[in-house]
Design a protein around this ligand. Structure first.
Ligand code: UT7
Length: 309
C-alpha cells in the first residue's frame, strides 16, 4: 500500500508521510493471510538457511500483539502447522520489542541448558488492528514476519549482552482500549476506533529516542565494547527521524544504521528480524561483526541485544 493509496482514504500527502516518517509504502496481508501464516513462511526460511529440520527445534517463541487467536498462542499454531514434536511453544507480548525479548529469553534458556535450539519469531498483522480512519496512525503500520534460529556455539560468537526494560505507567501512550477483560466489547459495539491502535505519537517519539539510545549504550557497555566496535545497528523501524536521532546520540552516521522503513513502515515485533534478515542477506553483516539490535514499543517497553555474528 503506497502513500498515494492513503491520499485517497485520509487527509494526508506523500510529502507529509515521507518527510515526517520516512515511509513510502508498506505491505498489507490479504484477508486470507494471518499473522501465524506469515510466521510459518518466515520460520521455514529461517530453518532452510540454518540447514535444520523441524525435529531439531525444541523452543518456539513468537513475539506478536496480533495473534490469530486470543487462545492459544501463535507459537502453538506455528508448532502445529510446521510440526515441531520436541518443542515448547509460547508467545511474548512485548509489542515492537517482541523479537528482542524473545531472543533474550531464548538465549537464557539455551545458556542454562534447558533448551538446545530455538526458533524466535516476530510476526504482526497490524492491518487487523489499525484504524484506517485515523491519519495519525494508519499511515505508519504494515504487516510482516521475520524469524531466526538460535543455538549454542563455543567459538565466541552469539549473544554477548542483552537488556530489557519497561515502564507500565506510560501505557496510555500506545494501547488498544476495547476488547480485553477490562473493557470487553459491548453487545452493541459501534466502531469508534477504541479497539484499534491508539497512540500519542509525539510523546512516544521523545521517550523512544532516549530509551533506544540508552538501551544500545547499555548492551555495548555490558559487553565491554565501545561504539567503535559496532559494525551495524539494527533499530526498530518506527520513524526515520527516531532512527536519525538515536544515531546522533550514539555518535554514528546513517551508514552504521540499517534502514528499510521506506518499504515496510512500522511492523512492530517483525521490524527487527525483517531488518536483520535483509542486512545479513545483502552482505551488510559479515562473520565476526558486532551487531546491536534495539527496539521500543507499547508498554512502554524497550530493549537491546548485542551479538557477535
Ligand atoms: O512502534 C513504536 C511506537 N510508535 C512510535 O514510535 C511512533 C513515534 N511517533 C512518531 O513517529 C511521530 O510522532 C508521528 C509520525 C506519529 C507523528 O509525527 P509528528 O511530527 O510527531 O507530528 P504530530 O503528531 O506532532 O502532528 C503534527 C501535525 C498535526 O497537525 P496540526 O495539529 O499541527 O494541525 C497532525 O494532525 O501533523 C498532522 N498529521 C498529519 N498530517 C498529514 C498527523 N498525521 C498526519 C498525516 N498526514 N498522516
Amino acid at each position: 500500500m503506497t502513500n498515494a493509496d492513503f491520499e485517497k482514504i485520509v487527509d494526508t500527502s506523500d510529502e507529509w508521510i515521507v518527510t515526517r516518517t520516512g515511509i513510502s509504502e508498506r505491505h498489507i496481508a490479504g484477508d486470507d493471510i494471518s499473522s501465524a501464516d506469515m510466521a510459518i513462511k518466515a520460520s521455514e526460511r529461517a530453518l532452510e538457511s540454518a540447514g535444520l529440520t523441524h525435529e531439531d527445534i525444541d523452543l518456539v517463541i513468537c513475539g506478536t500483539v496480533t495473534p490469530d487467536y486470543k487462545l492459544p498462542s501463535n507459537a502453538c499454531v506455528v508448532q502445529e502447522k510446521l510440526g515441531f514434536p520436541n518443542a515448547v511453544a509460547f508467545d511474548v507480548v512485548s509489542a515492537c520489542t517482541g523479537f528482542i525479548n524473545g531472543l533474550s529469553i531464548a538465549n537464557s534458556l539455551i545458556a542454562t541448558g534447558q533448551n538446545r535450539r530455538a526458533l524466535v519469531i516476530g510476526t504482526e498483522k497490524l492491518s487487523s488492528f489499525t484504524n484506517y480512519e485515523d491519519r495519525n496512525t494508519c499511515v505508519l503500520f504494515g504487516d510482516a514476519a521475520g524469524a531466526a534460529v538460535v543455538e549454542a556455539c563455543d567459538d565466541g560468537r552469539g549473544v554477548l549482552s542483552s537488556f530489557m526494560k519497561s515502564d507500565g505507567s506510560l501505557r496510555p501512550l500506545l494501547w488498544s482500549k476495547v476488547g480485553g477483560s477490562r473493557y470487553p466489547y459491548p453487545r452493541d459495539f459501534a466502531f469508534d476506533g477504541s479497539d484499534k491502535i491508539l497512540m500519542n505519537g509525539s510523546d512516544i517519539f521523545k521517550v523512544a529516542v532516549r530509551a533506544m539510545s540508552k538501551a544500545a549504550k547499555e548492551v555495548i557497555s555490558i559487553a565491554g565494547l565501545t561504539i567503535d566496535d559496532i559494525a551495524l545497528i539494527v533499530p526498530h523501524q518506527a520513524n526515520i527521524r527516531i532512527i536519525d536521532a538515536v544515531a546522533k546520540r550514539l555518535g554514528v552516521g546513517r551508514d552504521r544504521m540499517f534502514i528499510n522503513i521506506e518499504k515496510y513502515g512500522n511492523t512492530s515485533s517483525a521490524s527487527v528480524p525483517l531488518a536483520l534478515d535483509e542486512a545479513s542477506r545483502s552482505g551488510r553483516i559479515k562473520d565476526g561483526d558486532h551487531v546491536v539490535m534495539v527496539a521500543f514499543g507499547g508498554g512502554l517497553i524497550w530493549g537491546a541485544t548485542l551479538v557477535k555474528w
